[in-house]
Write a protein that binds this ligand. Sequence first.
Ligand code: TNX
Length: 640
Amino acid sequence: VKNHSRRTRAALGAVCLAAALTVPLSSQAQAAPAAAVPSIVPKPVSATAGHGRFELTRSTRIVAGSNAATPVAQVLAADLAPATGQRFGITRGRAHDGDIRLVLGNPGALPSEGYRLSVTSHGVTLESPSQHGLFDGVQTILQLLPPWIAHTTPLPGPWTIPAVTVTDYPRYQYRGVMLDIGRHFEPPAAVEKLIDIASAYKVNTLHLHVSDDQGFRIAIKGLPNLTTIGSQGSACATGCTTPDPGGYWTQAQYKGVVAYAAAHFMTVVPEVDTPGHNNAIIMSEYNDTANPLLNGHPQDINCSNSNPPKWNYTWDVGYSALCPASDNTWTIISTIVKQLSAMSSSPYYDLGGDEVQTITPAQYAALVNRESGIVAANGKTPMGWADGYATVAGTTPPAGSIGEAWEPGGTDAVQAVQKGMKVVMAPADHTYLDQSYPAPDKSGLGLGWACGGCDLAVNYGWDPATVTAGVTDKNIIGVEGALWSETLPNFTDAEYLLLPRLLAVAEIAWSPAGARTGPAFQDFASRVAAQGARFQSAGYNFFTTSQVPWRLDLTADVGHGTLALLGAPGVPTSALTAKINWGDGTTTAGTITGTAATTKTVNGLYSVGGHHTYAHGGAHHVTVTVTETNGATATVHLTI
Ligand code: TNX
C-alpha cells in the first residue's frame, strides 16, 4: 500500500503538502516544502522549522544516553507502539542515522524541566537536565507526529516528523488539573485516562478532590464507615430522587493511580475538604459510637446547620462543618491526613477550607490552623482554597503554604500573598472547567455561576500575573483548571467539559507570558484544531466548539471495503462527500460511515470506503478525496 496524503482547508486558503511514503514503514523521506512551525500545545518557548523530515522506519531505535534516560525511552516506545504496530528497540550507546536519541544533559542553561529537541532527516535528538524534561520533550515529539499516532490500533502511517529545533521550558512549576470525585465517583481507570490526557499537554499535577458533602471516596483504615456509609451517594440536582450510586477506591487502587501518575511525571495532591463540604464525613461518623478510635460520643463532630445531620445530595454548599472543639474531629482528621499523605506523591496536601457558613470565624481558624500543623507533621506543605484558608480572620497558614485562588478578580490571591503564602491561580471565570458551553451546545452539562456559556477564548484570554495588582510571578507557583462534577455523572461527560478547554489552562501554565487574544488566540485555536483527529484517535470525548477551525484529516486504512480513515470533528456525514479515483480511469462516489455525534458526545472517526472491480490485476494508484459542504477538502493517495 502506497500512501500520499494531502489536506487543504479552503476556508483558510491554506494548502499543505503533508507527506509521501511507502507503507509498510520505509526510510524514503522526501524533501519537505517550505515548512511552517508545526502545531504544538502548549506553545514552546522557541521553535524553528528546518528542511525535510524524519521518518520512523523499521530500523529506527530509541537510544538512551544513560540508564537514567531509559525509563523515558520506554515511555516513548510504549506510546509509539499501538498506532505504528511496532515495538521500537531501546538501546544504550552510539546513535546511528535514523535513531531517536534521549540524552540527560544540559545543552545551554536550561531549567530542570526544560528540553531541547532537534529533528533533522537524519535523526531526532532530545536533551534535558531531567527525566521530567525528557518526558515533556517526548510529548512534543508525539505532537509532531501525525495525529494518527494516538490511534489505539495499527495504521500504515506515514510516521514522519517535520525538521525542527525546539527550545522549551515551563513558566510555572505547578501545572494542575483538579477532578472532583467527591460529587460523582469515578473509577481509577477514568482518572488514569485523565492522566493520559493532561500529561500529554505537560500538566504535571493531579489535584484529586476526594471528598465532599455528597461522598467520601477513599478507604481509610480505622474509619470504615467513611466508605461503607459515606461513599454510597452522589450529587443530584434539586428535585432529583435517585442519585447515581457512588463508590470508593481501596488504598491499593489509590496507590495504583499515584504510581500511574508518577509514570506520567504527575504528582497527586489529595484534598479532603474541611471544615466545610464534609457532610459525608459527618454522616459516616456521627453514629460511629463503637469505633475504638473515637470516644463513644462522636455526635460532637457535627457543627452543620442540621443536628442530627441529614443527607443532602443537592448542589447546595456551605451547610456542613466539623466542630474544632471535638476530640473526635481531630482523631478523624489526623487519621485521614496521615494515611492520604503517606500514599501521595505531591509535596502538598490540600485541606480545602472553602465555603463554610455554619461555624464562627474563630472556630474556622482554630480548625484550619491546627490541621495545618497535622499536615506539616506528616511531611506535607498545606494547601487550601484561598477564599477561606487565607482570608478568614485568625488563620495563620505557615509561610510557604499554598493558597489556591479561585475568586474572579483575585481578591483571595491578594489575601494569600499578604499572609506570606504562595499562590496557585485558578480564577473561576477562566479556569473552572465545570462551567457550561455556549449555544449551540445542548449537552445540559456544566454550571453557570462563574462563566456560564464560556468558550475557549475565555479560558485562554487571561494572564495569571495580571489578574490583580500585587500578585505576580514572584508569588505564583502555577495554574490549575478545576473540574467540579455536580453535573457530571460519568467520565465521558467530564471529558466533554474538559476538552478542549484544558489545553488553554495547560498553555497558560507552560508557555511564556504573551498576548492571549486576537491573533494570539487564533494561533492557539489553529493549534488546538490539530489535536482534533488526535482526540478522536485516542477515543476522547470533546466539545467541537466553533471557535476552533477543526480540520479534515485523512489517512490510509485499507481493509475490507475501506480505504481511509477520516477525522472530521463536529461534521456530520451528511455534510461530507467522498470521491474515489480508482486509478484505472474510473471514479466513483465513496461511502462515509461512522458514529454520529450526540448532544453530549463528539462524532467518531469515519471510515471512507467503496467497492470496485478491476479489469486487470496489479498495482493501482487510488486517490480518495473528501469534501465538506463548506469547501474544505482532504485527499489521500494509496496503492492497492
Ligand atoms: C465552587 S470555589 C466550589 C465547589 C463547586 C464549584 C462549582 C470552590 C472552592 N468551591 O464546591 O463544586 O464552585 O462550580
